[in-house]
Write a protein that binds this ligand. Sequence first.
Ligand SMILES: Nc1ncnc2c1ncn2[C@@H]1O[C@H](COP(=O)(O)OP(=O)(O)O)[C@@H](O)[C@H]1O
Ligand SMILES: [Mg+2]
Length: 232
Amino acid sequence: MNTNSDLLRIEELRYTWPGESRPVLDIGEFTIGRGERLFLRGPSGSGKSTLLGAIAGLVRPDHGRILFDRTDLGSLSNAARDRFRAEQLGVIFQQFNLLPWLDVRANVTLPCRFSRSRARRAGNVAAAADHLLDAMDLAPELRAKRADELSVGQQQRVAAARALIGKPQLVLADEPTSALDSDRRQAFIELLFSQVEAAGSALLFVSHDPDLARDFDREVSLPTINRAGVAA
Ligand SMILES: Nc1ncnc2c1ncn2[C@@H]1O[C@H](COP(=O)(O)OP(=O)(O)O)[C@@H](O)[C@H]1O
Ligand SMILES: [Mg+2]
């Protein structure tokens, strides 16, 4: 394996939630290439969200290493890990996690407020937000509205624009399509792909719906890469 091309490399990762007797994650090796579009599936409860949390530095492994661009996340201080997340990751959470009291544009530009390098990569931040919202097909008249005034499908596209602003190296998407009808799911994935490609970002897309996997570069299942093999 050409490790130089890996954007993310996980080695011997183990994690047990407090109070649990068995690890939810026990992964020997897992990698994501630069610009790779990876589909991660697995039944509910198999640890997909926990794995994303570990990659985002929100869950600290009990054992093993997570290397991002050859930096060991475990070696970073809390402040440095927060900075890493703001600079390098775009995250679309299962529940979108928009800030409801902010308008759409302020939600999209938020990562650029947390990271100067992200803002620099975005260039003109307001124009970059509008460009992404255009690409995500969100009507201009919606952009001054509060996030909680939008439909679920609209909020999801705002969350995607927020994840993509300032060209993060990796976009994590945790079942972002679960609230959508199946025809809208495919359309959303196509929008996401075109924008991930434009930004040069890798994409780790989590879903338990195997029908969505077909256009990805690679598909992995968490029970397969996980030695713990937690039965859901
Ligand atoms: N905050 C938490 N505290 C304790 N256990 C948790 C927490 N989050 C998830 N778990 C447990 O970890 C396991 C995997 O959960 P999760 O990563 O959310 O799975 P998935 O995203 O694949 O549905 C489940 O058994 C769940 O109960
Ligand atoms: Mg989950």
